[in-house]
Design a protein around this ligand. Structure first.
Ligand SMILES: Nc1ncnc2c1ncn2[C@@H]1O[C@H](COP(=O)(O)OP(=O)(O)OP(=O)(O)O)[C@@H](O)[C@H]1O
Length: 261
């Protein structure tokens, strides 16, 4: 198949820097999300993950570097770039008084997607909320709200899906269900970039990860290769527990034990 998605990286971030006044939060960050890849951005609090995502989403303009979504420059061709991107909004971004069906139709309209009543039912059935169409958003549990927000992020079938800590606060069942949905996006040949503080999540679903610290990427590889590469590091061995090296040990070995202010 000579599909564009298969030829281009879904996302190409090339040496971007983000400043807040004099403070540089993101330092020459480069990464690529390939077709059919789930890419995890990991880092301690304040490392620069959200700032990087905000630049990719076109919310902040990087001082240097370039970001392309399926070949479209987020600064030069923002409408094309954004049309190919789905962003999972925080659960609190939605109006709690609106019904789920209304929210779905509203956002479908924003993306130019027409939804019949049957489409709404089918989409909600996919996330096991078909009985909640007329419920108010504010009446849903946290996990149900997360499911709705991922559904909305993908309503226009975008090539790139950006998820900022998508499973924080979810119970194990909801987290597994969300992982399944993220893997279904990958199975379509699309790309997912997610941030997470859960090393278990990174190991379970991410094909490749980047560890960012103080605004800089300090490691980028598959979780398995990162563990293999660093398993003999004295810093990693010193933080390991129960005689087994995990991705979390590698993460702490590389970023240090100190809690960030
Ligand atoms: N609007 C802003 N103005 C000034 N500084 C900011 C702003 N937003 C973020 N920062 C700073 O930039 C740095 C990176 O923040 P960012 O939110 O990108 O980190 P993060 O990796 O997403 O952290 P967390 O895991 O805590 O969400 C931090 O030092 C933060 O204090």
């Amino acid at each position: 198949m000579s599909n564009t998605l298969e030829q281009l990286p879904i996302l190409n971030v090339d040496r971007i820097s983000v400043f807040y006044g004099q403070f540089q939060a993101v330092k020459e960050v480069s990464l690529e999300v390939r077709p059919g890849e789930i890419f995890g951005l990991l880092g301690p609090n304040g490392a620069g993950k959200t700032s990087t995502l905000s630049a990719i989403e076109g919310l902040i303009r990087p001082a240097t570097g370039q970001i392309k979504v399926v070949g479209f420059d987020i600064v030069g061709q923002p409408l094309y770039a954004k049309a190919n991107m789905g962003v999972q909004l925080q659960a609190t971004s939605f109006q709690p008084e609106l019904t789920i069906a209304d929210i779905l139709k509203l956002y479908a309209g924003v993306y130019g997607v027409k939804l019949t009543k049957e489409d709404v039912f089918n989409r909600l059935q996919e996330i096991k909320l078909e009985d909640a169409a007329e419920k108010k958003y504010g009446q849903l549990s946290g996990g149900q709200q997360q499911r709705v927000s991922l559904l909305i992020a993908t309503i226009h079938n975008p090539a790139l899906v950006l998820l900022d800590e998508p499973t924080t606060g979810l119970d194990p069942q909801s987290r597994r269900q969300l992982w399944d949905r993220i893997e279904a996006i990958r199975a379509k040949g699309h790309g997912v970039l997610l941030t997470t503080h859960s090393m278990e999540e990174a190991e379970a679903v991410c094909d490749r990860i980047a560890i960012i610290d103080h605004g800089r990427i300090i490691a980028i590889d598959t979780p398995e290769r990162l563990i293999a590469l660093h398993r003999e590091d004295p810093e990693v061995i010193s933080v390991s527990r129960k005689g087994r090296i995990t991705l979390e040990d590698v993460f702490i070995g590389l970023t240090g034990r100190a809690v960030r202010s």
